[in-house]
Write a protein that binds this ligand. Sequence first.
Ligand code: SAH
Ligand code: SF4
Length: 400
Amino acid sequence: MKQAVAPPPYGKTDVGPLGRLPEEWAQAVLPLGGRSFHGKSVFKWLHNRGITDPEQMTDLPKALRTKLAEAGVGPVLEIVQERRAQDDTRKLLVRMKDGATVETVLIPSVTGGRSDLPSPVEEDADAAAAVDDEDEAPESPEKDGPIRVTQCISTQVGCAMGCVFCASGVAGLKRQMTSEEIVAQVLLGKSRLDAREQLRNVVFMGMGEPLHNYDATARVLRLLTHAEGIGLSSRRITVSTSGLVPEIARLGEDFAGQVGLAISLHAADDETRTRLMPINKKYPLAKLMDALRAYPLPRRRRITIEYTLVAGKNDAPEEAKKLVKLLRGLQVKINLIPMNPIEASTLGPPDLAGVLAFQRILCDAGYSCFIRRRRGDEVSAACGQLAILGAKPKVRVDRS
Ligand code: SAH
Ligand code: SF4
């Protein structure tokens, strides 16, 4: 274990102007000489139109625009680097006001299979999103129709959880992100979409453990789903967690189970899981499974189980059989993620035959089990590869 896992802080995280909800804005503009309806208008400019410069908020009185600028309303993030993979996945390295950097990834949906997987490998087209589309009519991918984009966002600079296969875990926790820094990634992401692209899903699967920054994460969920803002449906948002049991319960309660939940399981017994994920010592599998059973899952929705396959650690057929038993009775779908290599570790993925054999056992037992497409690999944008500028040589700014 690299470091002790700190208990989640429950203190108030700084909200910042972009983190305010309309009713808070209605109050916040009063001392600046504005009226409450101006405040609601500011929220719309920021979240619905993506305008952060008060000068451009043309329906506000000039004096209020000046006061807003003086009060710090303005861009929160700056793009340091944008890298585009051949599959159009884009990784944005963004800098916050204190100079700390995180990454966010835009993942356009793709049709057609992977060339390195033999057919008929079952593969989930939306697996990158971990979004469960089962209860929705399938969309026909029209030739000139919109391209659905999933954005993967970060919630912390680094991560305290110390999972051995993850670049963020190896880096350790540098600091929490504020709700405005988290939501700003989505506004920035939207501004980088191509003409045909539409933001469809947001997944909290970037750097950091979202439930270890619960207050900010919950606020961002409210911001993203607000009808006068970005207006995403909560079922199009997935929060991924390494298994912080009390916060899973809290999320379920606060959002009535409407937010998609993904659990990073990665092992089916405590010994293996603790070796890979130190958090398992604090919240062992029995407790985690209880939390999943108690999650107020809406009918026809499923919890996503993420299982990163690490060669020689958790990829044996016996592990798949244990997983079959562990998950019995739960409404789940399983995403297998062959481990993406990280520089800080010699661990790696099993070969394709091993991945397929593992999948076969789960499929034969009746589970929906998908192999996660590897997206954005050549720009280090795949799961677990996101890192902090300067912390790892792999994410050095590419000036070529
Ligand atoms: N902290 C949260 C969300 C971010 S990680 C969590 O752990 O769930 C998103 C997913 O990528 C998790 O399932 C995580 O376990 C997985 N992951 C991390 N490093 C990886 C790697 N090197 N290869 C493949 N998946 C990885
Ligand atoms: Fe943190 Fe998730 Fe990485 Fe584990 S896998 S270290 S919880 S970001």
